[in-house]
Design a protein around this ligand. Structure first.
Ligand code: NAI
Ligand code: MG
Length: 479
């Protein structure tokens, strides 16, 4: 008899406790060998005045077990609260979010029999860095951070996942027609890394048409790898298209930790009613069983679940007069799965995860990045200011220091001077682009000092660099 695996469990908010209870009862009945440590996270913790939604004792448990089965939690909107989900993912280095989206035709109503795709979402970077600033009366910014290392790691993970799971194709989605640098880097890294996986078919979609295709022709896809925000959005689209958001399970994987959960949230609209579908969390728990090497139990649970679905025992979210036999609540659904442990489905293909498991994916080390020659060529100095572009340019004329020149003024990314056009809306957020030869930090400090000394409120500076003679910044629209 193998030893029990310690895991950390959080029952979460809303429907969380109901679906966690159902899931744990099923795991126990199937003989899962678990030592459960329970932690409290989410709403109750926020309400105790802890803005992270998680206490030190909970972190200690996570560091002990390194395996987290987590029910959804309610994130307070706005205020000083940070999303606990994002905090946990980033703190534990859970860089890959894997979301299988499968349709269960003909037992669950779907337009797409045969849909079976996996979304591999980058889980730490992008706009979810959550670095935001209010810079003027009227303008806030949210920084989108994409790193080469982060992109390489998730893209390698997607290819390794495809190989390990007998998948044929990896599709990358991004928006590099607009975000040439950030999404351009992600796309370029995909092309580079893809060369190391010639056995896997590869293609690329701009995220907008990619999302539309997932909604209209999801069977075109196999594994999809994408950035954090796009992955968040398309995984809700994809799982909804399978029949219900309640059917999506997901895992968050890093080098040392794994977190397993449902795709959906805490569903406050149906909380406490006993009608939520526990399948998303249960399918997440099956991924956990594979992760900790209890493939035998994963097989039992998954087959019993398939059998329940094909026997037409359905929660309200997937209940359909024509297809379903019995409409059940959360608890009754769990009872039905428990009653079928040891059975295999007759119509769905039974799963067999074998006996091993727990090795996880071996991700090849990141490649050395070529160090390119980096040269300071200027700076974008941002101002909080109200007025007309030509007036601003006139005021600045005598403030430009030796060795620099004011090349362009832009507002919200569009050029407004020189030769601005009537009709371009100007906010109070201005970007002055100074360019020069042999630019030094000291010249930029003098420039800032001159601008500040003339009474302007500068709100930030972005240095401009060339890398190996190539521009490391974008030009303004219309520049
Ligand atoms: P949601 O996913 O909780 O609910 C969306 C809709 O789907 C609702 O109509 C809900 O009733 C239904 N639904 C969701 N799960 C279901 C299930 N298992 N069975 C039957 N119906 C189900 O998304 P919403 O309403 O946008 O977010 C609610 C809260 O959850 C928010 O505070 C949000 O921040 C949080 N959230 C937490 C997540 C997590 O902890 N991983 C993920 C997503 C949202
Ligand atoms: Mg989401």
């Amino acid at each position: 008899m193998t030893a029990n695996t310690p895991i950390t469990v959080a029952r979460g908010d809303g429907i969380g406790p109901e679906i966690m209870d159902a899931t744990l009862r099923i795991l126990e009945s199937a003989g899962a060998r678990l030592d459960i440590e329970e932690i409290e996270i989410g709403k109750a913790v926020y309400e105790r005045g802890i803005p992270t939604g998680i206490e030190d004792s909970a972190w200690a448990s996570l560091h002990r077990t390194k395996v987290f089965l987590k029910a959804p939690i309610t994130t307070p909107q706005g205020g000083g609260f940070k999303s606990l989900n994002v905090t946990v993912r980033k703190t534990l280095g859970l860089f890959a979010n894997v979301r299988p989206c499968v349709s269960y035709h003909p037992y669950v109503e779907t337009n797409f029999p045969g849909m079976d795709l996996v979304i591999v979402r980058e889980n730490e970077e992008d706009l979810y860095a959550g670095i935001e600033h209010r810079q003027t009366q009227g303008v806030v910014q949210s920084l989108k951070i994409i790193s080469r290392a982060g992109s390489e790691r998730i893209i390698r993970f997607a290819f390794e996942y495809a190989r390990a799971n007998g998948r044929k194709k990896v599709t990358c989605m991004a928006k590099d027609n607009i975000m040439k640098m950030a999404d351009g880097l992600f796309h370029r890294v995909f092309d580079e890394i893809g060369k190391e996986y010639p056995d896997i078919e590869q293609d690329f979609y701009i995220i907008d048409i990619g999302t539309a295709r997932i909604a209209a022709r999801p069977t075109d896809f196999d594994v999809i790898v994408t950035e954090n925000l796009y992955g968040d959005i398309i995984s809700d689209v994809a799982v909804e298209v399978t029949g219900s958001v309640g059917l999506g399970g997901s895992c968050n994987i890093g080098a040392d930790f794994g977190m397993f959960e449902a795709v959906h949230g805490s569903a406050p609209d149906i909380a406490g009613k006993g009608i939520a579908n526990p399948s998303g969390l249960l399918l997440g728990a099956i991924l956990m069983l594979n992760h900790i090497g209890q493939n035998d139990v994963a097989t039992k649970v998954h087959n019993a679940w398939y059998k329940t679905i094909e026997d037409g025992i359905h929660t309200g979210d997937i209940y359909d007069e024509g297809l379903s036999k019995e409409k059940v609540g959360t608890k009754e659904f769990a009872d039905a799965v428990i009653a079928r442990i040891g059975q295999t489905p007759a119509k769905f293909k039974p799963v067999d995860y074998g006996t091993g498991g727990g090795e996880g994916l071996k991700i090849p080390p990141l490649k050395m990045v070529l160090v390119e020659d980096k040269k300071l060529v200027g700076a974008d100095i941002f101002l909080d200011w109200e007025g007309k572009p030509d007036t601003l340019a006139a005021k600045l004329r005598h403030l430009v220091v030796d060795g620099l020149r004011l090349k362009v003024i832009s507002n919200r990314g569009v050029k407004v001077w020189p030769d601005g056009q009537e009709g371009t809306f100007c906010s109070d957020h201005w970007c002055l682009r100074f360019i020069g030869e042999n630019v030094s930090h000291n010249m930029l400090l003098q420039q800032l000092s001159a601008i500040s000394g003339a009474g302007f409120d500068f709100i930030k500076v972005e240095n401009l660099y060339d890398f190996n003679g190539q521009r490391g910044y974008t030009v303004a629209q219309g520049e």
